[in-house]
Ligand binder design. Structure first.
Ligand code: BGC
Length: 762
């Protein structure tokens, strides 16, 4: 009776009643709708909503793939499904849920759309190197348009795991080492995927993952143990998640690793105390692939125990492992979980479906006419080309070897120079490598009639068949040529001898990174090193196009090459985008978002390290100071580093005052001048150092950046407003506040090359 009265009131006074019944004013009738639906549901049907399955159409990353998918859907045992693509299949599957189950509750259709759907963009680490949030948002928008055209409306992206360890293959999927930048990228991607209206058939629900600390796996080995202070979690690893939640992300994926000894998937402190109570997250939490079941191997109990533990911890949906489906009824009977525990999770899943508009129209994302129009359109490919060019990082350019002239002879060599299989990069399960533009094609397209391009493969990525087999799980990424390595080298030398300039395209195969793609050696593999050493013997200018999905240890290559252009794995428009930059049609502007170490022994190496009691100064060895005998402390390339074909000069930092207090602002400014011959983009970076605080603080933290465009010769004053918020951090007691005192502000072109000023906060 009371409910009916409320409902009627709700119809009359939508706004006021929405506040009475439902905390979310965006969805005034959601609460009553979901309550009514749940009132009709059996406990089995509720548990069914918590079950996420895959028929294996995607890439199974765990041991299990779901069986009897159709039977389970019809039995009301499925809340969501992933790995089913295309309107026809999605319609068929959705019909099973809508027409053949008792209550007709539609399913979620999910997928990993990590860097584009069919129009594949650069790997996420590359995207972050653009430092261009509008661009990143656009990438997510295009991905959403294409995925929804194919019936997918729930995305397992963005991955926002902070990582300092390039041995971990999944650094490719994230935005690098910095929490501030990571938070901006997280927000841009969530906004891009979700748009303003989740029910819009061209937007999809995002999932921020992997909560939490997955990027801190010990020794960079995937799925490995993690252990760290809560202070570090809050200050460094959590900010991108918090930003995604503030941007209203629909769901969160728990991570595989343990957090203080309890796997994230069953960690109540993480999933309830932090996520729900501290941050007020009101979406749903999905496990990672069989991560509930993996708690058995972690040593936390049998399937029934770990499933109950996960539900009670705050996990709402179980990916593929079916621990919830098969054991929660028994746990309920035995009093290990309550009906309210199940209701809570079920409610959150149903709310997501409500927000996506599925109860109005379960087929709103099914439109057979859309794929043709919306997927891989010329317009999307053009965006992919533009975006890719903006992610490339120029690491070296001696004697202005780049840009290349569109005349003379170019020797294009290397195992990645005419290779479609590795352009998309890791974790592009919906992309088609065969649609990508190889570098040879892109360079030939742009070289014009005045220049000659001669090609030779020169070497394999690796000559080791055992290694190749491990990398080739999703198709041939490393192909070992029938010819001997010597023969290939000779062919490359013949090409090089004829040329005015050599462009060598070398690096990693796309599956040398990504999930389960950890590496202990971050150098170029030996056959490629040999190729470069031989090419160097010609004395010709040597340009390296380096395809990598992580920081690599390339000290030797830095000596050998005159120029190095880091292109990540650039996506479907690889060849065109690389040609654009090689010939100077676009002036490179990418900046590193992860530090490049000199050698693996320096790892973890990152710019925002805290001070030790015995810091060493400069790169000179000092006894009884924090340094190494055999390598300097400095990295090969610092965070934020990246050159341009032009040069930028920075004035000293000017402050509009020396001091400010809560509620006030201070403006730090520099004048940046393009002193070179080319127009170009520059990423102006602002860092802050809290000089005295209650806990040790990083030597520098990124707190602002602006990507600007300056014509040759142009100058511009760039202002950064600093407020109390920029000085806040989590203190020893995990209170988020700014402590009064002295601060340094640094502004510059990368995290090392900066101008400094000092101010106080009172
Ligand atoms: C990965 C997730 C991914 C899931 C589904 C897991 O192995 O860790 O990032 O979303 O598989 O494909």
């Amino acid at each position: 009776m009371k409910r009916i009265a409320f409902y009627l009131l709700g119809l009359l006074f939508t706004v006021s009643s929405s506040f009475a019944q439902n905390p979310d004013p965006k969805y005034p009738n959601m609460d009553s709708f979901v309550k009514e639906l749940m009132a009709k549901m059996t406990i089995e049907e509720k548990i069914g909503q918590l079950n996420l399955i895959t028929p294996g159409g995607g890439i199974p990353t765990g041991e299990a793939v779901s069986t009897d998918v159709e039977g389970k859907i019809k039995a009301g045992n499925v809340g969501g499904i992933f790995g089913v693509y295309g309107p026809e299949l999605v319609r068929k599957a959705q019909e099973l849920a809508v027409k053949q189950t008792r209550l007709g509750i539609p399913m979620l259709f999910g997928s990993d759309v990590i860097h584009g759907y069919k129009t594949t963009f650069p790997i996420p680490l590359g995207l972050s190197a653009s430092w261009d949030m509008e661009l990143i948002k656009k990438v997510a928008e295009v991905a959403a348009v294409e995925a929804t055209a194919d019936g997918i409306f729930w995305n397992f992206s963005p991955m926002v795991d902070i990582a300092f360890d390039p041995r971990w293959g999944r650094v490719a999927e994230g935005a690098g080492e910095d929490p501030y930048l990571g938070a901006q990228v997280a927000r841009a991607m969530v906004n891009g995927y979700q748009g303003n209206d989740l029910a819009d058939p061209r937007t999809m629900m995002a999932t921020v993952k992997h909560f939490a600390l997955y990027g801190a796996a010990e020794a960079g080995r995937d799925y490995n143990t993690v252990d760290m202070s809560r202070n570090r979690m809050f200050n460094v690893y959590f900010p991108p998640f918090k930003a995604a939640i503030d941007a209203d992300v629909g769901s969160i994926m728990s991570s595989f690793n343990d957090v203080e000894g309890i796997p994230a998937t069953g960690n109540k402190w993480l999933l309830t105390d932090v996520l729900r109570e501290r941050w007020g997250f009101d979406g749903f939490v999905v496990s990672d692939y069989t991560s509930v079941n993996e708690m058995i191997a972690h040593g936390l109990g049998d399937l029934q125990q770990v499933s109950a533990m996960s539900l009670k911890a705050g996990l709402d949906m179980d990916m593929v492992g079916e621990g919830f489906l098969t054991t929660l009824p028994k746990s309920l009977e035995e009093g290990e979980v309550t009906e309210e525990d199940i209701n809570k999770a079920c409610r959150r899943v149903l709310e997501a479906k409500y927000k996506l508009g599925l109860f109005d129209d379960p087929f709103r994302y099914v439109d057979e006419a859309r794929p043709e129009k919306d997927i891989l359109s010329d317009e999307h490919r053009a965006v992919a080309r533009e975006v890719a060019a903006r992610t490339f990082v120029l690491l070296k350019n001696e004697n202005q070897v780049l840009p290349l002239n569109k005349s003379g002879t170019i020797a294009l060599v290397g195992p990645l120079a005419n290779n479609k299989n590795n352009m998309l990069g890791t974790w592009a399960p919906t992309g088609d490598p065969q649609l990508s533009v190889p570098i040879l094609e892109g360079v030939k397209n742009l070289a014009g009639t005045e220049s000659d391009v001669v090609y030779a493969k020169g070497s394999n990525i690796s000559d080791d068949p055992e290694f190749a087999e491990k990398v080739n799980v999703f198709g041939t990424r490393i192909d070992i040529d029938d010819r001997s390595p010597e023969e290939m080298l000779e062919e490359a030398m013949t090409a090089a001898e004829k040329a005015d300039v050599i462009v060598a395209v070398v690096g990693e195969a796309s599956e040398m990174s990504g999930e389960s793609g950890s590496m202990s050696n971050l150098s170029l593999l030996e056959p490629q090193k040999k190729l470069l050493r031989r090419l160097k013997e010609t004395g010709k200018p040597l340009v390296l196009v380096l395809m990598a999905a992580r920081p690599m240890t390339i000290e030797e290559e830095m000596e050998l090459a005159d120029a190095i252009l880091l292109t990540w794995h650039p996506g479907v428009e690889a060849g065109n985008a690389i040609a654009d930059v090689l010939f100077g049609d676009y002036n490179p502007s990418g900046k590193l978002t992860m530090t490049f170490p000199r050698n693996v022994g320096q790892i973890p190496i990152y710019y925002a390290h805290r001070t030790t009691g015995r810091p060493n100064e400069g790169d000179v060895f000092q006894k009884f100071r924090s340094n190494y005998l055999d390598v300097p402390n400095s990295p090969l390339y610092p965070f934020g580093y990246g050159l341009s074909y032009t040069t930028f000069e920075y004035s000293d930092v000017k402050l509009n005052k020396r001091e400010f207090s809560a509620g006030g602002t201070l403006t730090a400014s520099v004048t940046v001048t393009n002193t070179g011959k080319y127009d170009g983009h520059e990423v102006v970076q602002m860092y802050i150092h809290d000089m005295v605080a209650g806990i040790t603080r990083p030597v520098k933290e990124l707190k602002g950046f602006q990507k600007i465009f300056l014509e040759a010769g142009e100058s511009r004053a760039i202002n950064f407003k600093i407020t109390e918020d920029d000085l806040k951090f989590y203190n020893y007691y995990l209170e988020y506040l700014a402590e009064p005192g002295e601060f340094e502000v640094f502004i510059g072109t990368n995290s090392e090359d900066v101008k400094q000023a000092q101010f106080s906060f009172r």
